[in-house]
Design a protein. Structure first.
Ligand SMILES: Nc1nc2c(ncn2[C@@H]2O[C@H](COP(=O)(O)OP(=O)(O)OP(=O)(O)O)[C@@H](O)[C@H]2O)c(=O)[nH]1
Ligand SMILES: [Mg+2]
Length: 314
C-alpha cells in the first residue's frame, strides 16, 4: 500500500515537473528580477535607486553595456513622465529587450540531404547531450540521422554516443580513440551520402576557446567535411552553458572567429536563475539563439522563443 502511494506521489511529481517545463522553459529564470525592480519602484526613484537597478540588470547577466543602456532608457522615460506607472516602465524595458532579440528564429528547413550540423563548445557545456536531443528531435520528424563521433579525445564520449544512438534510433560512425576527428567526419559524410541519411550530427571534443591549436582543429574538420559536401556543415552550433555568465560572450566570440557559427544552443537554463546572457550575446554578437536546453533527457530541448523568454525575465 505504502509502495503504491509512493509510486502515485512520484507520478504526480513527474507530471508537475513536466507541466512546469512545457508551461515555459524559463520558469525558474529571473522571476526575481521583475519583482526586485517593482520593489525599487515602490520607493523613491533617486540616483541610488538607478544604481541599484543597473546592478540588478548586471546580476541577471545582461552585461555592463546593456545594463547601462536600460537604466538610461528608464531615466529618460521618467524624466518625460515622472508619474509613469511601473508596469508601463517594465513594458518599455521588455520592448527594448524584444527589439534586441528580434522575432523567433525561423525553423531551419532541411533542404540539403544530408544536412550537416557540427556541434562545438568548451568542455562539459552539454554538446553531446544537446546532439542527442537534436537526434531525438529529427528522428521524431521521421528523418534518418547519423552521428559522427568526432570527439576522439575523450574515450568515454563514444560510449555516451553509442547509448544515445541506440536510444534515438540513429546510426553512428566512430573510430579509434585519439584518431583524427576530421577523418571520422569524412567517413561519416561518405556513409551518409551512400545510405540516404537526412541529417548528420557531428560531435566534437570540448576545447577551451583560448587554445589556438585546438581551435584550428575545428577549422580543419570543416575543411575536410567540404571535401565530401562543398557547402557542409550547413549549421555550426555553439553549445553554451547558461550558468557560466559573461564568459559565454568570450566563448561565442572566439568560436565564431575560428568557425563561423550559425546559431547557439544555450544549455542548463533549468539550473540558472539568470539567463540575461542570451540578450547580451545577441546585443554584442548578433548570433541567433536557436535552442535552449532545459534538462538532461532527450526531450529537454526547445526552440528559443524570445517573447516567452522576455516575459519570464521580467
Ligand atoms: N540540467 C541540465 N544538465 C545538462 C543540460 N545539458 C547537458 N547537461 C548535463 O551536463 C553534463 C555534461 O554534458 P555533456 O553533453 O557530456 O557535455 P559535453 O559538452 O559533451 O562534454 P565534453 O564532451 O566532455 O566536452 C552532463 O551531466 C549532462 O547531463 C541541460 O540542459 N540541463
Ligand atoms: Mg561530449
Amino acid at each position: 500500500m505504502l509502495a503504491q502511494q509512493i509510486g502515485f506521489f512520484d507520478r504526480i511529481c513527474a507530471m508537475f515537473q513536466f507541466l512546469k517545463k512545457i508551461a515555459s522553459p524559463f520558469t525558474k529564470m529571473g522571476s526575481h528580477l521583475g519583482q526586485r525592480i517593482r520593489f525599487l519602484f515602490s520607493k523613491k526613484i533617486d540616483d541610488a535607486a538607478y544604481e541599484e537597478m543597473e546592478r540588478l540588470f548586471y546580476e541577471s547577466d545582461l552585461g555592463a553595456h546593456l545594463s547601462m543602456e536600460l537604466v538610461d532608457k528608464v531615466r529618460s522615460l521618467l524624466k518625460k513622465n515622472p508619474d509613469m506607472p511601473t508596469e508601463e516602465v517594465l513594458e518599455a524595458i521588455r520592448n527594448h529587450l524584444r527589439s534586441i532579440l528580434g522575432p523567433a528564429p525561423q525553423p531551419i528547413s532541411i533542404t540539403a540531404r544530408p544536412h550537416v550540423i557540427m556541434i562545438v563548445g568548451v568542455n562539459g557545456s552539454g554538446k553531446t547531450t544537446s546532439l542527442a536531443k537534436l537526434a531525438a528531435h529529427y528522428r521524431k520528424n521521421n528523418l534518418k540521422v547519423l552521428i559522427s563521433a568526432s570527439d576522439t579525445f575523450r574515450a568515454a564520449s563514444v560510449e555516451q554516443l553509442e547509448k544515445w544512438a541506440k536510444a534515438t534510433g540513429s546510426e553512428l560512425v566512430k573510430s579509434q580513440p585519439h584518431s583524427d576527428p576530421s577523418a571520422v567526419a569524412f567517413d561519416a559524410l561518405a556513409g551518409a551520402k551512400a545510405r540516404g541519411i537526412d541529417v548528420v550530427l557531428i560531435d566534437t571534443a570540448g576545447r577551451l576557446q583560448t587554445k589556438t591549436e585546438l581551435m584550428h582543429e575545428l577549422a580543419k574538420i570543416r575543411r575536410i567535411c567540404q571535401k565530401q559536401i562543398p557547402d557542409a556543415p550547413h549549421e555550426t552550433l555553439l553549445v553554451l552553458d547558461a550558468t557560466v555568465g559573461q564568459n559565454a560572450i568570450d566563448q561565442a566570440a572566439a568560436f565564431h572567429g575560428f568557425t563561423p557559427l550559425t546559431g547557439i544552443i544555450l544549455t542548463k537554463l533549468d539550473g540558472s536563475a539568470k539567463g540575461g546572457i542570451i540578450v547580451a550575446i545577441q546585443h554584442q554578437l548578433h548570433i541567433p539563439i536557436r535552442w535552449v536546453g532545459v534538462g538532461e533527457s532527450a526531450d529537454d530541448l526547445q526552440p528559443f522563443d524570445p517573447r516567452a523568454f522576455v516575459d519570464a525575465l521580467l
